[in-house]
Design a protein around this ligand. Structure first.
Ligand code: PTJ
Length: 246
């Protein structure tokens, strides 16, 4: 997976490894070619953030874990970049929090949905939604609006990593609590989120799983207090400050 050309001693080894995973995702028909562009944008922000989980992102990941644990019906949305970068980590977070997994693509094709479902199953997912597409996100054109009625269509909490701003806003307008992972604190996706997580997906998901494991026996009162103590505007400002001061 690493490719022989990346020595572990390289100072940006992790970043190059992540890039290689996206390339391989495109080659395997999991990731769209636009996913390469999204990756490049993400890398630039991650470089400025110091390629680490900043304290405000850790707080957001804890708040997101609390939301997932107290949800009636949580769904983790998976696109082509998420499948290539963090299939196993997604399956693990779903297992710990009891969330559903749904493949939900911006550039939707049935073939890519099918490949991503198989890829997630190969990484241990038992049920993966997204193929039936019998629900709609209101206010979007046909292909981008498709969701499963018993998945994202009826979820009270949805985790949407690396989402297009238009769709993130439309999802938020459905009244669902939206947890967004996006390295750009100025993106419309991050700004429309209940919990914006300004961190690389490859760090954010395992950290959310760690928080969820730690909170698994917490009572509703404790989870509610973590959720209400989280301040989305403060988290976005902290990330923007870190980038500007880089
Ligand atoms: O697989 P599909 O068809 O659903 O398409 C998915 C992409 C990602 C191509 C689509 O949603 C898209 O075009 O997204 P955008 O508008 O390019 O936005 C992607 C956002 O994610 C940008 O703000 C990037 O900075 C950010 N990003 C990229 N890589 C990561 C990331 N955020 C967190 N972790 C990353 N690894």
């Amino acid at each position: 997976m690493t490719g022989p050309e990346i020595p572990e001693s390289h100072p940006r080894y992790e970043s190059l490894l992540t890039r290689h995973r996206i390339e391989s995702g495109v080659d395997r028909g999991l990731t769209s070619r636009q996913g390469l562009i999204a990756q490049g944008r993400g890398e630039a922000f991650d470089y400025l953030l110091g390629e680490e989980t900043i304290p405000s992102a850790d707080d957001a990941e804890r708040a997101a874990a609390a939301h997932l644990l107290r949800a009636d019906h949580a769904v983790l949305s998976v696109n082509g970049n998420v499948a290539a970068l963090a299939a196993e980590e997604t399956v693990e977070l779903a297992a710990v929090t009891g969330a559903d997994i749904e493949v939900n693509l911006f550039n939707r094709t049935d073939a890519r949905i099918e490949r991503i479902v198989e890829h997630l199953e190969a990484h241990g997912a038992e049920t993966v939604k997204g193929a039936s597409a019998d629900g709609r996100i209101p206010g979007l054109d046909h292909e981008r609006a498709k969701v499963d009625a018993d998945g994202i269509g009826s979820a009270d909490v949805v985790l949407v990593p690396l989402e297009d701003g238009d769709r993130a806003e439309a999802l938020a307008e459905m009244g669902t609590t939206e947890l967004v992972v996006d390295l750009n604190p100025m993106s419309r996706s991050a700004r429309s989120a209940t919990v914006p997580i300004v961190d690389n997906l490859v760090r954010a998901l395992p950290n959310m799983t760690d928080h969820a494991r730690e909170l698994i026996d917490a009572d509703d009162e404790t989870l509610d207090s973590i959720v209400s103590a989280f301040d989305a505007d403060a988290a976005l400002s902290a990330a923007e400050r870190r980038i500007r001061d880089a």
